[in-house]
Design a protein around this ligand. Structure first.
Ligand SMILES: [Zn+2]
Length: 200
């Protein structure tokens, strides 16, 4: 049975707790209200520089469909240990034409890991570009999708940047790659069997 999708939330734990207990969070499957439902398993988030942080995400249960969902903070991506800011920096560097070995040295992570992030992002780049173009349009109707530009990976990075800026103008500050994690439902670097969630 496929895993129920996670719900991406902000990184302020007490704010998330308040939203959860006051019924402000919606089920990603059916949009009904989520109520508190214990905690998920511990997970590790590897920060820039290699420091590892143990997190225990909250879990919510839908009052409509009954599914439980892990509330994952938008600094993380599903099934990735590294924080999304570091992964995003690697992807931006690649878009700027830097090779994966140099990126790995700069970020102090193994080259194979950087190559894996970049490969996965490239595989999904067309879908990611379309997804974030839709987000841009949803956030600001004047942002029409731009045509193909300098290759799928660069186009996808640009589409994320445009949507993230529109999100900041509309909703206030949020780091671009945290927005990317949130708006991709955490599956930015998942394989094609994990579809990107619908754009609201
Ligand atoms: Zn539900």
């Amino acid at each position: 049975m496929p895993e129920a999708p996670v719900l991406m939330v902000g990184n302020d734990e007490s704010a998330v707790e308040t939203e959860l207990v006051t019924g402000q969070l919606s089920c990603p499957c059916c949009a009904e209200q989520l109520g508190p439902w214990g905690h998920a398993r511990f997970r590790v988030l590897r920060r820039r520089g290699g420091e590892e942080e143990r997190l225990r995400p909250r879990r919510g249960r839908c009052r409509g469909c009954g599914k439980t969902h892990v509330l994952l903070c938008d600094e993380a991506l599903l099934r990735r240990r590294d924080e999304v800011a570091v992964i995003g920096e690697a992807i931006e560097a690649k878009a700027a034409g830097i090779g994966h070995r140099r990126i790995a040295v700069h970020l102090d992570v193994p080259a194979w890991r950087v190559r894996r992030w970049l490969r996965r992002f490239s595989e999904r780049a067309v879908a990611i570009c379309e997804h974030f173009s839709r987000w841009s349009f949803a956030l600001d109707i004047s942002l029409s999708p731009s045509g193909p530009g300098r290759g799928a990976l660069v186009d996808a990075v640009e589409a994320i940047g445009v949507a993230a800026r529109a999100a900041v103008l509309r909703h206030g500050p949020r780091p671009a790659w945290c927005f990317a994690s949130f708006a991709s439902g955490g599956v930015l670097l998942a394989n094609a069997r994990c579809p990107l969630p619908p754009v609201p």
